[in-house]
Design a protein around this ligand. Structure first.
Ligand SMILES: Cc1ncc(COP(=O)(O)O)c(C=O)c1O
Length: 369
């Protein structure tokens, strides 16, 4: 089937580009001797996870317990739930610990460590747990320089119901970078912070089986990962406009696009209306630190077109030059590279897998919490 037969808005996954992005990241991990534990929240499909792994025992990262359940049922049996656990989620975490060969959770609070240990004692469960570390993003994680962080690791290790797995960080501040050189700086900081902290823990008698880092920009550009065991990038499967803007990829490598229809022309305002609004593109502002004029995606081959305004179902395009409306007839199709493919993908219940203009498959991502 040709993409012109699809109902719009539709989410398209370019299969050759997807495979090429995955191949490149696998190759980087192999060359540098680190394990690739992809974050599957970007796509939430079994199909793409299978393309990312040598086999289902190889290990994935998820962002919700519902994702963990979905992948467990699909046959994946080594899963890290990379969001700090809370006491109200321990029942589900215990169930997953029982059903999976390996299930890892993480925490960064003394109270949570106590709750996990107490739950484990009362329910006869031993949880595999990472200590979440803040390597500079300041979103979550312990301060690796604070003496309390070592104390927390000691408290975890002391419990019979916690198997201390190691330390885990996410260098999300790589998204504040403006180019490859700045990303390399963040990647080096991410590695140094983690290996130095692992060393400090070792001196205090605490061994880290796993030192886990991750973010797509740092995974793409890190010069090396000595002392690191695994990387957890997710977005690299699709990439997007944000990644291209900060220098993680080129726009040509973006594997996910939104197919939209030109609905109307308004020459008096130099504007076109499309049927992709916030519920098709997401309202992620993209790399706003690089350009204060926010746009909500880009139209490949038409860099002057700007998706400058979106509401729930409406998207408005303008241009710095007068729009050549005859090139975009009402009813014609446009493909948009979104700012943030993870958020955009999450808005669709099915992905149309394409090779060129041909739809070759349809994948159903998991949804819900
Ligand atoms: C804990 C954690 N690990 C890994 C990732 C993957 O990073 P990226 O989205 O840059 O690929 C994320 C993304 O938010 C994350 O929160």
């Amino acid at each position: 089937m040709d993409i012109t037969n699809l109902m719009t808005p539709a989410f398209l996954v370019d299969l050759p580009k997807l495979k090429s992005n995955i191949r490149a990241m696998k190759e980087r991990a192999r060359t540098h001797g680190v394990h690739l534990r992809p974050h599957v929240k970007t796509h939430k499909t079994a199909e793409i996870a299978r393309l990312q792994l040598p086999n289902e025992a190889s290990g994935i990262t998820v962002s919700t317990l519902a994702e963990a359940s979905f992948y467990q049922k699909a046959g994946f049996d080594d899963i890290t739930y990379a969001f700090p656990i809370t006491p109200n989620k321990l029942n589900q975490a215990a169930e997953l610990t029982g059903r999976l060969k390996h299930f890892h959770i993480l925490l960064d609070q003394f109270e949570t460590a106590t709750a996990v240990a107490d739950y484990g004692r009362d329910n006869n469960v031993c949880f595999s747990v990472f200590l979440k570390v803040d390597c500079g993003y300041h979103r979550a994680g312990v301060d690796p320089c604070a003496p309390e962080s070592v104390l927390l690791a000691e408290q975890m290790q002391a419990s019979k119901h916690i198997r201390f797995r190691g330390i885990l960080t996410h260098a999300g501040h790589s998204y504040h970078c403006r180019n490859r050189e700045e990303i390399i700086g963040v990647a080096q900081q991410e590695r140094d912070v983690m290996t130095e902290f692992a060393e400090r823990l070792k001196q205090n008698g605490i061994a880290c089986q796993t030192v886990s880092v991750g973010s797509t920009p740092t995974a793409v550009h890190a010069p090396g990962w000595q002392g690191v065991s695994e990387i957890r990038p997710g977005n690299f499967a699709f990439f997007d406009k944000f990644q291209a803007d900060i220098g993680s990829c080129s726009l040509e490598e973006a594997a996910a696009t939104v197919l939209t229809t030109v609905v109307a022309h308004y020459p008096q305002h130099n504007q076109m209306l499309i049927d992709a609004g916030a519920l098709a593109l997401s309202k992620d502002p993209g790399a706003a630190h690089l350009d204060e004029k926010i746009v909500y995606g880009t139209v490949p081959g038409n860099p002057l077109l700007k998706i400058f305004s979106i509401s729930q179902e409406h998207g408005l395009i303008t241009s710095r030059a007068p729009i050549a409306f005859e090139n975009f007839p009402v009813g014609s199709l446009l493909q948009i590279i979104p700012n943030h493919s993870c958020l955009t993908a999450a808005l669709f219940d099915k992905y149309h897998v394409v090779e060129g203009n041909q739809v070759v498959d349809e994948w159903r991502p998991m949804r819900g919490w």
